[in-house]
Design a protein around this ligand. Structure first.
Ligand SMILES: [Zn+2]
Length: 276
């Protein structure tokens, strides 16, 4: 959801398009700048969370695009840590429990180096924000370039190496997972995915689904989101995926093309699909 009208507008706008859960950027996602809202702005947002009945487990922040905790470039890593700390403070001020991040890209230095840097960055951010209980959600990404986080073994390593495992959860993005070869169009595929999550990081760490169709076929690693039902996962694919209890009890967030108008259409389609 856009925050251009102010944080307080988000719960109402969410309900207006037919939603009951939302994700926002805590600041302009393409800039290093971020500002923690003052008490008045935070209180106004919280009042509307109640007024429009958005559950506290259904509100998420998504970290800015510039952050790369796996960066071997020292200045980028430092700036990433500082912005991440700021984002955690924004979430805490707003009472938002979850901050979604892409784990990072090692820029050619290798997975081990990248994972070490991610853990170092996360732990320092957690140390600096002790006293808040904001949880970082590691999002699975498409297996593209030098990205880390396209399989659950990588997630598991990050969580196990961290000194704050209780503050780390995960997000499952259906487009990125499809890009990485998880075929959720049939029951066996979903079972396999859920087993893999459970055996690696534990299903209780799964806090959000990014519900996106894919413009490209299984395993394409392109990371191009499509509107629900119009891509290669397709209507029947989502019907299957969304029939699982483990998926039903977690909030679903759309990151499909377009703005509020298109998302209202997507929400309608999702409701049709689960109603069938
Ligand atoms: Zn996503």
């Amino acid at each position: 959801m856009p925050i251009s009208g102010g944080f307080y507008k988000v719960p109402e706008e969410t309900v207006k398009i037919g939603g009951n859960a939302f994700q926002i950027f805590p600041h302009n996602a393409r800039q290093w700048k971020a500002k923690v809202p003052d008490d008045k702005a935070a209180a106004r947002f919280k009042r509307n969370m109640e007024k429009f009945k958005i559950d506290e487990d259904s509100a998420f922040c998504h970290s800015g695009y510039l952050i790369n905790l796996a960066s071997p470039k020292e200045d980028v890593w430092e700036k990433s840590l500082e912005l991440l700390e700021k984002e955690i403070r924004i979430c805490a001020a707003l009472g938002i429990k979850y901050l979604n991040i892409h784990p990072g890209s090692h820029l050619g230095k290798g997975e081990d180096v990248g994972i070490d840097l991610i853990v170092k960055g996360l732990d320092e951010a957690f140390r600096r924000t002790k006293g808040t209980d904001v949880m970082i959600l590691l999002e699975n990404v498409a297996p593209k370039g030098n990205a880390i986080g396209y399989n659950f073994d990588q997630m598991k390593r990050i969580i196990e190496m961290s000194a704050f495992p209780e503050r780390i959860g995960i997000t499952y993005d259906t487009c990125h997972g499809f890009d990485a070869g998880f075929d959720i169009r049939n029951p066996d595929g979903v079972r396999k995915l859920l087993d893999e999550i459970d055996k690696s990081v534990g299903l209780d760490r799964l806090k959000m689904i990014h519900l996106n169709d894919s413009k490209y076929p299984l395993g394409a690693a392109k990371d191009r989101h499509e509107s629900i039902g119009l891509g290669y996962i397709g209507r029947e694919g989502f019907k299957n995926f969304l029939s699982f209890d483990e998926i039903r009890k977690i909030p679903w967030i759309l990151e499909t093309p377009g703005g509020n108008e298109e998302h209202a259409e997507d929400i309608k389609r999702v409701l049709e699909i689960i109603g069938e």
